[in-house]
Ligand binder design. Sequence first.
Ligand code: MEV
Length: 326
Amino acid sequence: MGVIASAPAKIILFGEHFVVYGEPAIVTAIDKRAHVTAELRKDKRIYIRSPDLKASGYFSQKNHFQAEQGGQEARPKLEPIKIAVQKILALSKEENGVNIDVQSNIPVAAGLGSSAAVAAATGTAVSQLLGIEISKEDVFRIAYEAERFVHGTPSGIDPAISTHGGVLLFCKDKGFTPLNVKEDIPLVVGDTGIERSTGEMVSGVRQRRERYPSIVNPIIKSGGKVALRAAKALETGDLNALGELMNINHAMLSAIGVSNEFLDRLVYSARKAGALGAKLTGAGGGGCMVALSPPDKLKQVVDAIKLEGGVAFVARKTNEGVRIEG
Ligand code: MEV
């Protein structure tokens, strides 16, 4: 018998990239989830299958990898999931092998936290399968380790939200505070369909900061201030202020070099269609943007993004972090 766990995707509303340098950021869990099924194997191998990543294969106890689908590229894609599995297997007295099957409706490499959601769900499913009790803090740490493989210096915002859900004011080193958001925050996501590497985007910002510290550091600091002001607007339900702050945040992300023409076009088309604000979300360079839309303009905003060539969908916040299904 298998165990199924799921964890949510996320949208960073304020402060991506700046959060890597210790500034606060705001992130919400949304109603798209990764589902992971874990089953015991008769041998000691770890078999992982992820149709989204177009990859599957076997890791032996000695860490040899044999691809079943995806060839050479399968290993780096599946490695973070294997790291999450191994962290749990190491807590067990017995030596076990497991099958991991990933089913997810979160777009991959698009800034919506797919890899952290899969890692959090994997850790939770395998621990339940083996009867090992772990806390949410443990799940966070396991997903964080997996995320470190994806890119070297993660702030931890993605593992935190896929573990805990809700809307969080997150600060690397200081942890997070759940925000009390009573209002519906109607969001439209526009996906450019361009996959990009978070690691490369983070390293591009690091280089620009090293070249122009006296210019980039104040932008990073202001990014933190935008997030703190936005936390107030979220808690008081001031959607107009939120929208304006999203626009400011997008301009700052452009300034540090992580937007591109396609993202800008989606952002501007959403604003023109009546969004209160719009910005890229996640690492940038491709991936997704997000627009805050008045409820009666949702359809127009979705249509405008589609007309500009993006894939658009409405996203709702969810309080549900990682959980066992059924
Ligand atoms: C990626 O979802 C968000 C970044 O700020 C990187 C991180 O915080 O680890 C770009």
